[in-house]
Design a protein around this ligand. Sequence first.
Ligand SMILES: Cc1ncc(COP(=O)(O)O)c(C=O)c1O
Length: 452
Amino acid sequence: MGSTLTGSPISNVKMSSEEMIDICKKHTLYTWSATDQVSPLPVERAEGVYLYTPDGKRILDFNSQLMSVLIGHGHPRVIQAMKDQLDQLIFVYPQTATAARARLAKLMHEVVPGMESFFFTLGGAESNENAIRMARLFTGRQKILSRYRAYHGGTNLTLQLTGDPRRWSAEPGSPGIIRVMDPQPYTYSFGSTPEEKAEQNLIYLEEMIQYEGPNNIAAMIVETVTGTNGLLVPPANWFQGLRKLLTKYGILLICDEVMAGMGRTGKMMAYEHFGIIPDMVTMAKGLTSSYFPLGAVGVNPAISDYFHKNNYPGGLTYNSHPVGMATAEAVIRVMMEEGMIENAAKMGKVMRSEMDRLQAKHPSFGDGRCIGLFGMVDVRKNSKGDLIAPYNGSHPAMTKLTAFFRDNGLFTFVRWANFTCNPPICITEAQLKEGFEIIDRGLDITDEAFEG
Ligand SMILES: Cc1ncc(COP(=O)(O)O)c(C=O)c1O
């Protein structure tokens, strides 16, 4: 014993910003970075679209943390549902049946179009790992198609599915992953109109499928709307063509909606924008709005039927964790009952007009893309439209922009030549404009680096 904390409530230990930062940096290791180079943001509490530091500074969360706190921070109805579940039943092992699991499964079957049943995990990477295993078992094939402009998770297999530079340090990885180009890569063009891009990309894809041997390919995994790799909304009709192409060769379509799903784009699932139903969908982040770690793989009736009759050789201790189940149910109900998905669609229009306003005003504003409240801005360095920083590169003006956002109370991600605009989908018009007002002032910095 001997601890001064004995008998006191564990969570009420008050710490200054400096103390938090010192201990976190000394005794924990940070993700995707050298810990000594990280400047962690000290956060004491969060409510709605705002974070608060221990010194009482208010910060607008313009990225929903990791594009994941969709309903906003600290929603009382979800917290109550979590507390009720804690009081009733915290944990039982996966081979049980619980009311929380049954309620969530029934609700998800209703709101996730085309999916018959769900396999629960603890996050996005685990969902993709399991989706790939299911696809291989169901089809009896091994190879997987994925895309360069994609992120699918930080485990060994999902880093191989990932196209972006986060994959490089994990190479060479497991064989059998074939990466292909997106319909609209940054510097190569499949055509000038959306129709042409869709058509040409599908011709290229079919040729790739022939080279790999169609009978060897189990599935293609795509982010329905590409997230961190550029906020790329596929051109019109591309998805319908892709769906037809994959069906022709018996290749499964897996939509990774870890980031794009759960209301972010103004529809519950992003694939609803494109008039297609994938064979499987993976989810996480917004599924519980990050109030609890949870992911899911949704499968169509044929795959569901297969694993009702055949062994699924996979599992995890916290599969269908009752607290995760109760949290997800509460989050989905709150989202639907409080009109947040409609709000994402409506505020997406405000985001579009704010982006257009800033594009007209700032020469360094390159391109602004958004669907619902899923948005990104590219910063350019000249009127030819060249990006201020190359792929995987940086520019001093972008470093200054990062510091400006932080000093001026805006939390978002600045990477390479872009920054993200992904606030919680409960955001009001006034709060959204408050974010763009800070961005407006920040772009004066990148305008100074504009070469004309
Ligand atoms: C599209 C996509 N897939 C998968 C993942 C991995 O999810 P997790 O970090 O929960 O494992 C992410 C995380 O950012 C993602 O954006």
